[in-house]
Design a protein around this ligand. Sequence first.
Ligand code: NCD
Length: 305
Amino acid sequence: MPNVISAKELSKNDLENILSLTGVMEEHYKEGKVKKVLEDKIVACIFFEPSTRTRLSFETAALRLGAKVISAENAAENSSAHKGETIEDTTKILCSYADVIVIRHPVAGTLEKAEKVATKPLINAGDGTNQHPSQGLLDVYTIKKEKKRLTNLHIGFGGDLLNSRTLKSLMPFLRMYEGNKFYFLSPKELELPREFIKELQENKVQFEELKSLEEALPHLDVLYMTRVQKERFKDVGEYEKVKDLFILKKEHLKILKSDAIIMHPLPKINEIEPEVDADPRAAYFRQAQNGLYIRMALLCYVLGL
Ligand code: NCD
């Protein structure tokens, strides 16, 4: 039973199978010919943290494929977790009702606990600052679609690299392909945790850490911006200090390659000036649309279809 808990557990072969299935899903969707292959299935979406795109695209994906959906969108308040039920007990119950379980939780590592007791396929829709594999998949799908390749790319990650779980699910996929170089662009307070840097060094992955966007922009094929994750700060004053340090401005577009793309998992707050949206290189709304196709493919993948 393939659970999707961490990007690191998927092989290059798994990734390529999911990407090609996603291409088929997109084609069928655009032709209005989606097959109702999940007609007798129920998908449970249990979210202990806010979400717009992830939950609604999983639910839309399930409905498009003919499945039914049960959902707790404010599970921290509205599920028995509020009464103190453990994630293990909640998972056991969900597995006795539904065929696929999609969980988002604020605490890193919660999905590993759930996995130990799950008897149905489990998908991690984001656990704290740890992992968000379906986002990593839709990001890699977007890069492949927009850049026509996954090799020899210069990819800049800007913003909150300390807390971004989407970055931690995208990097393992990009590392599977040769010639890619990473640029980590953040203030000191939000830099990528040293354990990741150490791992990149040990594996001889090419990367640079820079303290401004400007230094990297002319080199990039992909700029992946992230939101400063307010909810992960213990002290709101600390958040206020760093929240506006890395902003992609309209004037930056002049030094970005004409065929580069700008990505963002969304929601964006003020790390990208709204004027950037109109530039054809701004790929983030196209990226979010790809989330639907990836999640259609992922539901089929975990069910072995
Ligand atoms: C991201 C997340 O939840 O990690 N959002 C998403 O799923 N598209 C990024 C974020 O919240 O900043």
